[in-house]
Design a protein around this ligand. Structure first.
Ligand code: BEZ
Length: 210
């Protein structure tokens, strides 16, 4: 069955390029991103793994641990990482799961048999409570936009702590919307920077944690 928002991200023990990892233990109290790839030695995946390595400091800043999955064996991963480092001008600095029997891929419903026998490009963002906060699925032919993943994490982390939501195309630093459940009176107390009441249900306020 597919994983839904709010479900506990299934725990697993995996062989990875950084040794054997117990997923929940490895996450600890951090946020997590688990993302899958169709196969080793493929062009789009090569660019994606390089892109994530270059963004490692951005994930660290947000207290997010990243882990990739490709269903090929460990020996293959190790050789492929050499190619990634060489061609993408970076060093892969996070674990890559080897899952040749598709155990974890099936646990996370990463194989969509109506398109391919390979894992698709799944992304799971997992909160410190181990619950799934976001899922995105891309086809093999489309490389992901990891700046978008960071943008969503900014929104998830902000809205977990304040009674706000983020509007279309929002980016860190921009105005946010006040949650509809908050009365005008409460909004005045909760948002001392003030707010703009465009409609009773559409109230904009500066990002509260800045
Ligand atoms: C790729 O990563 O380039 C790729 C993988 C599987 C199918 C198509 C492209």
């Amino acid at each position: 069955m597919s994983l839904r928002l709010g479900d506990v991200a299934p725990d697993f023990v995996a062989e990875t390029t950084e040794g054997t990892i117990n997923f929940h233990e490895w996450l600890g109290s951090s946020w997590g991103v688990l993302f899958s790839h169709p196969a080793d030695f493929t062009p789009v995946c090569t660019t994606e793994l390089g892109a994530v390595a270059k963004l490692r400091a951005e994930f660290d800043k947000r207290n997010v641990k990243v882990m990739a999955l490709s269903a090929d064996p460990l020996e293959s991963h190790k050789k492929w990482i050499g190619d990634i480092n060489e061609t993408q001008g970076t060093v892969v600095n996070y674990p890559l799961i080897a899952d040749p029997e598709f155990k974890i891929a099936n646990l996370y419903d990463m194989v969509h048999p109506n398109v391919d026998k390979f894992t698709v490009r799944s992304v799971f963002v997992i909160g410190p409570d181990k619950k799934v906060k976001l899922t995105i699925t891309y086809p093999a032919s489309t490389g992901r936009n990891f700046d978008e993943i960071l943008r969503v994490i900014d929104s998830l982390q902000l809205t977990a702590n304040y009674s706000v939501a983020t509007p279309a195309n929002w980016k860190h630093g921009e105005e946010v919307v006040i949650a509809p459940a908050i009365s005008d009176d409460d909004a005045t107390k909760k948002f001392p920077k003030g707010y703009n009441r465009i409609k009773p249900y559409l109230r904009m306020t500066p990002q509260p944690n800045l």
